[in-house]
Design a protein around this ligand. Structure first.
Ligand code: ATP
Length: 299
């Protein structure tokens, strides 16, 4: 049917940079090839070719690098429903059986729709933030309740069960891939693993452009601001830290317009407000990268 063919078609007009995600083009290509390409085919065709959809993927890497941004955009690109986002620790419950029940509930809606509509069902995306929180305890001696074990088992059961359910994509996210239970990462489960690392200089420039776009549009970005130079100066910064840097820079700019002792700032006071290169340089003194060792430090 036409509708089922249309369901998974990737909207070609999507560009990562337009979506406010910088420096992850390579990662996105990998995600596309390994997890999406199959979804371009109408389900019936895919079946003929023996193509099976990837049911799950793992995005891993340091905090604040855009994993959540990507996971959400993936849903938009695949015409999926608004994703369900859960935090690993949220799933865990001290009451026996409740954690498994929480997992079951996550899949219930998609299962119901698949029963009713089959291949015409829309795609459901389930995002697990901090997936390691669930997995860490599996088989761990210290976990006397066995809660972690049964949660992972329940998740495995659900993932194995979605074989017939073509309408689910599970995206797990973690800062610590080594803590994720191997069983979850096998083919047929969260089988595509993509590292979302710290951005390189080119990526940082893209991210700086994204996070200063509004300032530029409102003509408050000083003409002396050199984003290329700032991209060089922000080695080891994550996307979130670059965002923090931009906010810090604007706070320095605002501060120049505030008279100490007065909370009164009029429109006239800030009419000529600009965020300057010097504001960014001051911000660099305030916002520091949390991760990564710079090459200078290694030398
Ligand atoms: P965590 O592991 O802590 O959950 P995460 O990798 O999921 O982190 P996000 O929540 O996607 O990180 O990013 C946090 C914020 O940092 C975003 O809302 C965005 O403002 C900024 N950011 C991070 N990465 C990027 C990027 N690649 N491009 C543009 N902005 C980014």
């Amino acid at each position: 049917a036409r509708s089922s063919a249309a369901r998974n078609i990737i909207k070609p007009e999507f560009k990562f940079e337009d979506m406010g995600i910088g420096g992850l083009d390579t990662e996105f290509s990998a995600i596309f090839r390994r997890a999406f390409a199959s979804r371009i085919f109408p389900p019936a065709q895919a079946k003929k070719l023996g193509i099976h959809h990837v049911k799950g993927m793992l995005l891993y890497g340091p905090p604040g690098t855009g994993k959540t941004l990507i996971a959400r955009q993936i849903g938009k690109m695949l015409n999926a429903r608004e994703p369900i986002v859960v935090n690993g620790p949220e799933i865990l419950n001290k009451f026996v059986g409740q954690s498994e029940e929480n997992i079951r509930k996550l899949f219930a809606e998609a299962e119901k729709e698949y029963k009713a509509k089959g291949e015409d069902s829309s795609l459901h995306i389930i995002i697990f933030d901090e997936l390691d929180a669930i997995c860490r305890q599996r088989g761990a001696k210290s976990d006397s309740t066995g809660v972690g074990d049964s949660v992972v088992n329940q998740l495995l059961a659900k993932l194995d069960g979605v074989d017939q359910l073509n309408n689910i994509l599970v995206i797990g996210m973690t800062n610590r891939k080594e803590l994720i239970d191997e069983a979850l990462l096998r083919p047929g489960r969260l089988e595509v693993h993509v590292e979302i690392g710290l951005p390189d200089e080119h990526g940082r420039l893209q991210i700086l452009k994204i996070h200063t776009a509004q300032m530029r549009a409102n003509d408050v970005l000083g003409s002396d601001v050199n984003l290329k130079e700032l991209a060089m100066m922000t080695k080891n910064f994550s996307g979130a830290e670059i965002n923090g840097l931009v906010r810090s820079a604007s706070s320095f700019s605002l501060n120049r317009h505030v008279k100490v002792g007065s909370m009164d700032v009029t429109a006239a006071d800030v009419a000529d407000m600009k965020v300057t290169q010097d504001d960014f340089v001051q911000a660099l003194g305030e916002v520091k990268p949390a991760f990564g060792v710079s090459e200078d430090e290694l030398q």
